[in-house]
Design a protein around this ligand. Structure first.
Ligand code: CS2
Length: 484
C-alpha cells in the first residue's frame, strides 16, 4: 500500500511543495470549517502569502460537526494536496500552513482555549450559509436556530459559530487580551456585517457590556470569495496519489481561477494576502454583489434546471446550447442590477464565467450546487429579481430560476425516482406540498408561502408570480427541458 502523506520528504517530482520552511511556523489563525472550499481558497492564499512575505500565520482549523477531515489532517500533519485542473492538465500543490485540527464537539474546552490564546489574531469562517443562524426575514439572529438556542442557554459550552466567537471574545476581554478579527468567508452579501450583527445581538442577550466592548473593538471585515471547488471523489484521491506518490485522504481538486477581495480592517494584524493576489479594499460590497448575482445566481439556475433535466455536472449543462445561452442571458440580467464594479468590465467577467462553467476538467455536480436552496436563493436570485422588477424589467430569467427550484423542491425526478432535497427547510417544504396538486399554480402558491423566504416585492407582483407558475407548469408537464 502507498505510504500516507505525512511529510514533504521524497514526494514524486510532480508535487509542488510549499515555498517556505514549515518547521517553526507558528499559529496566527484559527479557522472554523475546514471543508473543501477552505482548502482550495483560504489555505492556499495563506500558503502563498507566507511563501512571499513570511509571518506567523500558520492555521489551526476546527470542525464544528464531523470529525473525518480534522482527523485526517492531523494524521497527515496538516498537509494535503490541491489538484488544479483544466483541459491542459492537472498540477498538484502541497499546501502547508495547517498546523493542527480540532474537533469541537469532541473537546469544546480545547477550542475555547485556542480562541483565548493571544497568538490567535484572526478567526476565519467557511461554515456555509445555514450555520450562521440568521433569520432571513429580519436579517437578525434566528432564536429558533438550534445552535443559537442551545448556545444562548449554555454560553460557556457553545456548539455553534456565533456561540464560539462570542465566548472566545468574552474570554479575551476578561483576560485583557486584544480581540481576534472574525473573518467570514462564506457566500453571503456583506458577510462581515451579517456576522457582526449576529454576534452583537447574541452578546446583547448575555452581557450588554460585552456587546459594547465588541462593537468598539472588533472589526468584522467583509470578503468576496471565489473558486469553483467540487466535492472530492475517488478520482481526486487517485489523482493526488498519482501526482505525489502518497495517499492523501483530504486531497481536493479545483479550477485555476481564484479570487479574494477583502475589506482591510483588522484589529490585530493579518497575513500579506495581497502578495498572493488578494485585493485589499475599503469596501467590498460591489464585488460581492457581482459575484453572488452573476456567478452564483447563474450557477443555481443551471443547477436546478440541469438536475431536473438529467445533467449530472455543470459542464454537461453547458454543452446544452440552449441552457448555456440562458445562463449568459441571466448574467446580463444580473449585471443590469449592479452598480459599476471598480476595475471590472462586466461583459468580460460574464465571458470568463461561461468559460469557467464549461471547464471540461471540472466535474461539479448540479446536485451539489442545488443543496440548501432556501439559504442561497435570497442573495443570489430573489433580491436582484425584486430590484430588476422595480427597474421595469420582466425579470424573466429569475422566474425561470425560481420555477426550476420549485420543480426541484418536489423531490422526484421525471422517472418518478425520489431524491433528498438536502436543505435545512426540507421538512417544512415537504409539509407545505403534502396535499398540493402537482400543477404550476398550486405548487408555486404553496412555496411562495414559505415563511420569510420570498420578499413581498416578488409575491405581491402578480405578473411575475404568474410567470413563475406558468414556467413551473411547463417544467412539471414536459418530458424534456423546454427552451425558455
Ligand atoms: C456554488 C458555489 O455550491 C454552490 O452553491 O454556487 O459553491 C460556487 O461554486 C462558488 O461560490 C464559486 O466561488
Amino acid at each position: 500500500m502507498t505510504e500516507r502523506l505525512t511529510s514533504l520528504s521524497d514526494l514524486a517530482p510532480t508535487a509542488k511543495l510549499p515555498g517556505y520552511n514549515r518547521n517553526g511556523l507558528k499559529p496566527g489563525i484559527l479557522h472554523l470549517g475546514p471543508g473543501a472550499f477552505f482548502r482550495a481558497h483560504f489555505a492556499p492564499f495563506t500558503d502563498a502569502a507566507i511563501a512571499v512575505a513570511g509571518g506567523d500565520w500558520g492555521i489551526e482549523v476546527a470542525s464544528l460537526r464531523t470529525a473525518d477531515v480534522a482527523d485526517h489532517l492531523n494524521e497527515q500533519n496538516g498537509l494535503y494536496t490541491m489538484l488544479v485542473r483544466d483541459t491542459s492538465g492537472t498540477t498538484a500543490n502541497i499546501i502547508g500552513p495547517i498546523l493542527r485540527a480540532h474537533v469541537a464537539p469532541r473537546n469544546p474546552g480545547d477550542l475555547l482555549a485556542r480562541l483565548g490564546d493571544p497568538a490567535i489574531k484572526i478567526v476565519s469562517l467557511t461554515v456555509t450559509e445555514k450555520a450562521y443562524g440568521f433569520d432571513s426575514a429580519t436579517g437578525g439572529l434566528d432564536l429558533k436556530h438550534p445552535d443559537i438556542a442551545a448556545d444562548l442557554a449554555n454560553r460557556h459550552a457553545p456548539r455553534g459559530v456565533i456561540g464560539y466567537i462570542v465566548e472566545g471574545l468574552a474570554r479575551r476581554r476578561a483576560k485583557g487580551i486584544a480581540p481576534f478579527t472574525p473573518l467570514s468567508c462564506d457566500n453571503l452579501p456583506s458577510n462581515g456585517a451579517v456576522l457582526k450583527r449576529l454576534v452583537l445581538e447574541f452578546a446583547a442577550r448575555i452581557d450588554p457590556e460585552l456587546r459594547e466592548w465588541i462593537e468598539k473593538n472588533v472589526p468584522f471585515p467583509s470578503t468576496m470569495v471565489d473558486r469553483i471547488t467540487p466535492a472530492s471523489t475517488d478520482a481526486t484521491y487517485r489523482d493526488a496519489e498519482r501526482h505525489t506518490g502518497r495517499q492523501d485522504l483530504v486531497a481536493i481538486e479545483t479550477e485555476p481561477f481564484t479570487q479574494w477581495v477583502i475589506e482591510d480592517h483588522f484589529a490585530n494584524g493579518r497575513p500579506e494576502w495581497e502578495k498572493a493576489g488578494a485585493l485589499m479594499v475599503e469596501e467590498v460590497s460591489a464585488y460581492e454583489k457581482m459575484k453572488l448575482r452573476m456567478l452564483n445566481g447563474a450557477h443555481s439556475l443551471l443547477a436546478y434546471l440541469g438536475y431536473i433535466g438529467g445533467y449530472e455536472f455543470i459542464r454537461d449543462v453547458m454543452d446544452d446550447v440552449g441552457l448555456a445561452a440562458l445562463a449568459r442571458r441571466h448574467m446580463n440580467a444580473a449585471a443590469a442590477t449592479l452598480d459599476p464594479v471598480p476595475g471590472i468590465d462586466l461583459e468580460v467577467y460574464a465571458d470568463e464565467l461561461i468559460a469557467r462553467f464549461a471547464n471540461k476538467a471540472i466535474a461539479h455536480r448540479t446536485y451539489q450546487i442545488a443543496m440548501d436552496g432556501t439559504q442561497k436563493l435570497p442573495q443570489r436570485l430573489l433580491e436582484p429579481a425584486a430590484e430588476a422588477l422595480a427597474n421595469g424589467s420582466k425579470a424573466e430569467t429569475y422566474a425561470i430560476a425560481v420555477a426550476a427550484w420549485m420543480r426541484y423542491a418536489l423531490g422526484v425526478n421525471r422517472d418518478g425516482e425520489r431524491y433528498e432535497l438536502r436543505d435545512p427547510r426540507a421538512g417544512e417544504i415537504a409539509a407545505l406540498l403534502a396535499d398540493v396538486p402537482r400543477n404550476g399554480g398550486a405548487v408555486s402558491k404553496a412555496l411562495f408561502g414559505l415563511s420569510g423566504l420570498f420578499p413581498a416585492a416578488l409575491t405581491g407582483n402578480i405578473g411575475w408570480t404568474e410567470d413563475v407558475a406558468n414556467k413551473l407548469e411547463i417544467l412539471i408537464q414536459d418530458n424534456k427541458l423546454p427552451l425558455f
